[in-house]
Design a protein around this ligand. Structure first.
Ligand SMILES: [Cu+2]
Length: 491
């Protein structure tokens, strides 16, 4: 017997086929592999599924339908630089999904963006991802389909790529800080993740703040005067934090996993590093004397929000001057040639009229929602880049590319945020240099895959283009799901 649900899903797939832009993607370029064919391979199985979890504590109600890779919150993969992950992914969710490997220079056909790099993976479906790891650093993976809903319910995995042993810089303790709130009702069950009010403003916030999944911030011990490496990620759908700590002996050593020339927090405005969703930061903290603590905060909240306490224990080291440890700069990452770069200007703006996406059916028909889900977009449009919104329009067509770029050519993107909200903008498949900001004149140089653009700020980034169809979007997930996404065709 064919269920109503099966009919809807079949209808949705047919809809995708009918509406897919494959004709306009006909010139899609070859998929570049960033590792040699004989690179060591690690083959692994990965599933996305729903589990019931007591995420608020053993004495609280069990939260149903938590989404997790292999059933584990913040499932973490770790592999040596130069390894190729061959990932046999199975969708055990009741909804379509894909996997995006954020910050990793993957071949375009493993980038996980439906419908431009692959079709959605229906419930019960599978997909083989080729994930080369050419660069060391801190990355993560997440769905690129109903991201607001699936990431909101927990579907985030972490990916750490280590340098070869002879290039590793030793630390006494490594501590991950994953910032992600939970949006739960009093009964411990999920609230609606996408709201019109949130999507059209700063996003819909969680109701329970959490670090590493738990409402109580972690306390970690480290020997007095020793060296701690904090690896910080904002895995939230919405929250922007101002990362900082209450010691002068702390330095940023990598941004978005990419090693940079270290700088201490007194070198940046207000002594904080602003991080939006998807941004990562590696920080070297020197522990104080025995018995003292270092507190790590989000200073953006009205009251600084404690992210972690580091406690210095006895049996420490002798005190020496604090010199930030420089990680080896990844020479494999292609860097732009600024002398020969082409310049492109982009305006991040609100969508005129905020038109709802009209599926070719009444809005209250369940098939209408299924169709929209199959395009991996939300049901409303509030945002645009250069007047184009993703998935907008009466027939769910993709917008034309923001620009057609040349493989190997360097580009400077000037991004102006003409809205009243900050937007952390992420470019797939590339690492870029952040060149300038109209508001932050004293920023140290760094490279990244996601850059914050504040209201009325113009930020310039530069990168060398690699073949493929790569999306460029805001990582406040409701913003991207309501139009704030475009794409570059690189040929
Ligand atoms: Cu945004």
């Amino acid at each position: 017997m064919i269920t109503r649900r099966a009919v809807l899903l079949a209808g949705a797939s047919a809809g995708v086929l009918a509406l897919s832009p494959s004709a306009s993607l006909g010139r899609a370029s070859r998929s570049v592999d960033t590792l040699p064919a004989d690179a060591p391979v690690r083959r692994l199985s990965l599933s996305a599924r729903e589990v019931d979890l007591p995420i608020l504590g053993a004495d609280k109600a069990v939260t149903k339908r938590f989404c997790a890779y292999d059933g584990m919150p913040f499932m973490t993969l770790r592999a040596p630089q130069g390894t190729r992950l061959m990932v046999d992914f199975k969708n055990d969710l009741p909804d379509p999904t894909t996997v995006h490997w954020h910050g990793i220079r993957v071949p375009n056909d493993s980038d996980g963006v439906a419908p431009i790099t692959q079709k959605i993976i229906p419930p019960g479906g599978s997909f083989a991802y080729n994930v080369p790891l050419p660069d060391p650093g801190f990355y993560f993976f997440h769905p690129h389909c109903d991201e607001t809903g699936q990431v909101g319910r927990g579907l985030v995995g972490l990916l750490l790529v280590d340098e070869p042993p002879e290039r590793q810089v030793p630390f006494d303790l490594e501590h991950i800080i994953a910032v992600k709130d939970w949006r739960l009702g009093e009964d411990g069950q999920w609230l609606e993740m996408f709201t019109t009010e949130g999507a059209s403003t700063a996003g819909t916030f969680g109701t329970v703040r959490a670090v590493n999944g738990l409402p109580t911030p972690p306390r970690r011990s480290a020997p007095a005067n020793s060296d701690v490496r904090l690896r910080v990620i904002v895995a939230d759908s919405t929250r922007v934090i101002d990362f900082g700590c209450d010691t002068d002996e702390a330095a940023v050593i990598a941004v978005d996993g990419q090693a940079i020339t270290p700088f201490t927090f007194d070198k940046v405005p207000h002594g904080i590093w602003r991080m939006g969703p998807a941004m990562r930061l590696d920080v070297h903290v020197r522990m104080p004397e025995a018995g003292k603590e270092v507190k790590v905060y989000d200073y953006r909240s009205a009251e600084p929000y404690l992210l972690t306490t580091l406690v210095a224990t006895e049996s420490g080291k002798a005190r020496t001057d604090f010199v930030p440890k420089a990680l080896p700069i990844a020479t494999e990452v292609p860097m732009p040639d600024l002398d020969h770069a082409e310049r492109l200007d982009f305006l991040v703006q609100t969508a005129a009229g905020a038109t709802a996406i009209a599926a070719p059916l009444p809005a209250d028909d369940p098939l209408s929602k299924a169709l929209i889900d199959s395009m991996c977009v939300g049901s409303a449009t509030f945002w645009a880049i250069n007047r184009n919104s993703w998935g907008a329009g009466p027939d769910l067509r993709l917008p034309p590319p923001l620009s057609t770029l040349k493989d190997g050519q360097s580009y400077i993107l000037s991004i102006t945020n003409a809205t009243k909200q900050p937007h952390p903008m992420h470019l797939h498949g590339h690492v870029f240099r952040v060149l300038s900001s109209s508001k932050k004149k004293t920023m140290p140089p760094y490279v990244a895959d996601t850059v914050m653009t504040e209201p009325n700020e113009t930020v310039e980034i530069a990168f060398k283009a690699t073949s493929g169809n790569w999306v460029f979007h805001c990582h406040i997930l409701e913003h991207m799901d309501s139009g704030l996404m475009g794409w570059f065709m690189v040929v």
